[in-house]
Design a binder for this molecule. Structure first.
Ligand code: ASP
Length: 443
């Protein structure tokens, strides 16, 4: 069986909803459909979720919500009419508007986008509507009770029946609704897929899968056909805007493959995210080359170089430095040491906030002879499917960086068996991404 989730752009209007219905009807295996709230129909349009958020904000400030809520009302009424549905949403819409005016809490208001969307899709498909608040159980504002959710989902769904569930929220045991973070319908569907032991989790969106580099920087990057859960996590850690980890973890636990597909191009295979063993030995990742999966990075780092002679002889020194950074609430992204020096890479913002305190501890208690706070830095890395970077790929990437006049501030290989990372001046970030991509591309 397949759990399929459709994002906001797939439900933006009646035309999009018809495409969704066609996809769902194509296979009897698509038994659970998870939906987002209607998204933008065109660039300047507003997402229903954003309108509901602004309605709630206005109500809290004691302002009138009539105009704003009219936009919500209009959108659902129009979709129902264009789909030719007899469903009368007036009652539910009136209730939502009354709740907003009555000061209902944010989750209760904002979740109604998905709630109404699921009602429409269920009516259009002739499937049963199941409220997410009944089956996805939160134990506090940010934590889902996995075991309880598995049990509730397992008991609520029967084999042979087909369902539509709103994404983006669940509920507490006392019935109160709780939202996930933005884009959270992906998490809802992953939790349901795990609970039901689905064969596939399909995530239908408006792109034909993941790309191997940021298309705003690299022209026409290669699509990724298959990627392991692990490679995907590495890409996200390096800075790629890929599938949310919280939506991967539940299905990865059960080795359920995720397929990212395009509602507007349903025959395109998209990207499959699966366990490593899922990838056939002869099947290439389809990234920049068979040897590399993708290139990603981010700006916003700074370095601290700490010098102290014979540092390498002091076994506990590194631990004490880490402690000093932790005390100053500065996360350490990388730390590499030489005989007399230690280079620490940190996110710039917390480092700048903790700079004075850190300087004091490092030069005082930790006896550093010299401390140098480096200029802004970016990190660019490559992820590859096999363990261990191929030396040829590495040398081509560094050659390309040289050709682009990018000075390397540090190189790290082996910190993960699946990545190589380059630190470069922040101003060189885009050039560095393109250079690393070109190097990664060559076989
Ligand atoms: N509608 C919500 C949002 O815009 C959740 C989702 O689409 O997954 O963030």
């Amino acid at each position: 069986m397949i759990v399929c989730k459709f994002g906001g752009s797939s439900l933006a209007d009646a035309g999009q909803m018809k495409k969704v219905a066609e996809i769902v009807r194509q296979s009897d295996d698509r038994t659970v459909v998870v939906v987002s709230a209607p998204g933008k129909r065109r660039k300047e349009d507003e997402k229903i979720t954003d309108i509901l958020i602004s309605c709630h904000d206005r109500a809290i400030r004691g302002e009138d919500v009539s105009d704003r809520f009219a936009a919500v009302r209009e959108r659902y009424t129009e979709i129902a009419r264009d789909l030719g549905l007899g469903t009368d949403l007036t009652g539910v819409l009136d209730e939502v508007e009354a709740d907003i005016r009555g000061g209902a809490d944010r989750s209760a208001v904002v979740s109604r986008g998905e709630y109404l969307s699921a009602h429409l899709v269920a009516a259009f498909l002739g499937f049963e509507f199941v409220d997410a608040a009944e089956i996805i159980r939160f134990s506090d504002e940010v934590t889902v009770d996995g075991a309880e959710t598995d049990g509730l989902v397992g008991r609520r769904f029967s084999a042979g029946a087909r369902y539509v569930v709103p994404g983006f929220y669940g509920g507490f045991a006392d019935g109160r609704v709780q939202l996930f973070s933005r884009g959270g319908s992906d998490i809802s569907a992953a939790l349901i897929a795990r609970a039901l032991g689905a064969d596939i989790y399909e995530n239908w969106t408006d792109v034909s899968g993941l790309l191997s580099a940021d298309p705003r920087i690299v022209e026409d990057p290669a699509p990724i056909r298959r990627v392991s859960y692990r490679e995907l996590r590495e890409l996200a850690y390096l800075g790629a805007n890929v599938f949310h980890e919280e939506a991967v973890a539940p299905v990865a636990e059960k080795n359920i493959p995720i397929q990212i597909r395009n509602t507007n191009e349903p025959d395109h295979p998209g990207t499959t995210i699966a366990g490593l063993d899922e990838r056939g030995a002869d099947e290439a990742a389809g990234g920049p080359s068979a040897r590399t999966t993708g290139v990603a990075g981010r700006t916003g780092f700074r370095t601290v170089l700490i010098e102290r002679s014979m540092l390498s002889k002091d076994a506990g020194y590194m631990d004490r430095v880490r402690e000093a950074f932790a005390d100053a609430a500065v996360p350490v992204r990388h730390a590499v040491s030489g005989s007399d020096s230690l280079l620490v890479v940190c996110p710039a913002e917390p480092l700048e906030a903790g700079e004075d305190g850190l300087k004091q501890v490092l030069s005082g208690k930790l006896d550093a002879e010299r401390i140098e706070f480096g200029s802004p830095m970016a990190i660019v890395g490559v992820v590859y499917p096999s363990r261990g970077v191929h030396a040829g790929v590495l040398s081509r990437m560094t050659a390309e960086l040289e050709r682009s006049d990018v000075r390397l501030r540090y190189v790290s290989v082996g910190e993960s068996p699946h990545t190589a990372v380059f630190g470069v001046d922040e101003g060189n970030y885009a050039d560095a991404v393109r250079a690393v991509y070109r190097g990664a591309r060559a076989e």
